[in-house]
Ligand binder design. Sequence first.
Ligand code: NAD
Length: 483
Amino acid sequence: MAKNSSTLNSHDSHAVADTLAAAQDSSLADVAANGHGDEHYPSRQHFPSVTSAMQNPPDATQLAGGSVHRASAYSVAQSQLTRVAAVMGLDNDMINYLRMPRRELVVHFPVVMDDESVRMFTGFRVHHNTTLGPTKGGIRYHPNVDLDECRALAMWMSWKCALMNLPYGGAKGGVIVDPKAMSQDELRRLTRRYATEITPFIGPEIDIPAPDVGTNAQIMAWIMDTYSMHKGYSVPAVITGKPIGVGGTVGREYATGLGVTYVTRSLLKRKLGLQIEDATVAVQGFGNVGSWTARTMHERGAHVVAVSDVGGGVYNSRGLDPRHLRAYATETGSVMGYPGAETLTNEELLELDVDILVPAALEGQITAENADKIRARVIAEGANGPTTPEADEILNDKGVMIIPDILCNAGGVVVSYFEWVQDLQAFFWDEGEIRHQMERKLLDNLDEVLAVTLRTNQDLRTAAYTIAIGRIIEAVKLRGIYP
Ligand code: NAD
């Protein structure tokens, strides 16, 4: 199994050395430990604040996603499925089966706050499909988390895992909370109680969570510890994205961003004849996915001209240095105010005249309202579900190449899978091996997607969905519908 970084091409070998060196850089080590910027969520206040949510627990309509979100992520996910099912000629029985999550858990639980008051929180965990194996998917801490969003994200995880040929179904979970408004102690108590509430629902052979928006490696360590305390022995394989010291894997921290770069670089060259070093890039969202995408693209010569976070964006036509920017954002809490750059809004960033636009924040960012104004040649979906089906249509008509989330950002779940395998075997791989295996898995599956696009003239999303859903259906047929 052991291979080393000599299996990488020379450009990537430099990037490996760069990343290893950076791991010793204390500001970046901080980023790795803390994971996320210090953002607030002023523009996403559709759901009641934590306190009011506790006083008025969400009703069934709200929990189902009802009228709370401007665009229901679940209805977007369902309409994507319906569209692809029509292309694939699926029968209604199969469509109805795939539309529904298998299991949903809603928990309301108390947490003792630092001032000794007790607050109630609401959390979720959804398992979409378990035909291919246990479920896999992130845990999100955000004020706007709801059951609807978890259902959508769980469904997308099913497609992503199937597309990557991983032995998993899709899951997602989260807690309605603004983690930046809590102390570390409060966050630890909330995490341990949420982990306890969902314990019957998770496990190495049931459902293996991972980080997502608002959660990080430390939170994964608390969940691993809580689950292990209940079992009476250490169970590192219950969760991925853990710190390396408790069974995490090298490479997980940057895997999603590096995977976005691998897939985008390959498609740029093969479909547009463009080298990554000649490309300009704008990145929306500067958390785990956005910052590592910006950095790994920059390390390969791309010109990252704009990045943003929830507070707004910064722009420099000569290019930004994502590493310095990350250090600045970690220190100040935002990219805003970065010296030597102009400011711009998130809307302006999406409309920049760049080669590659990377939405790496939240779902529903590119819609029928702004799709016409997008000038990028390529949209590399770092986030899950950033583009609505209506926007897809407009952009496809304009000839914009959209690299769909289930392909573009799959590096994270691929390396999470490697982490789970290593934990189960108690045998750990080196960084060169992880990178080599991740790149191979992404690019092999990209080849399959491209082959379908050539054979059928479909866009990349339709082709990726066709392969993923086809793999699940094949397994359903082989297993049969129980009993
Ligand atoms: P994160 O919490 O680390 O970062 C989110 C970033 O988005 C922050 O910089 C935040 O300020 C910014 N943001 C939030 N709301 C915004 C808004 N309205 N406009 C602009 N920026 C906004 O989260 P993450 O882990 O980087 O995840 C980002 C996206 O990538 C999500 O869609 C997530 O589901 C997806 N994803 C994450 C992973 C992973 O490994 N973490 C893997 C695959 C996909």
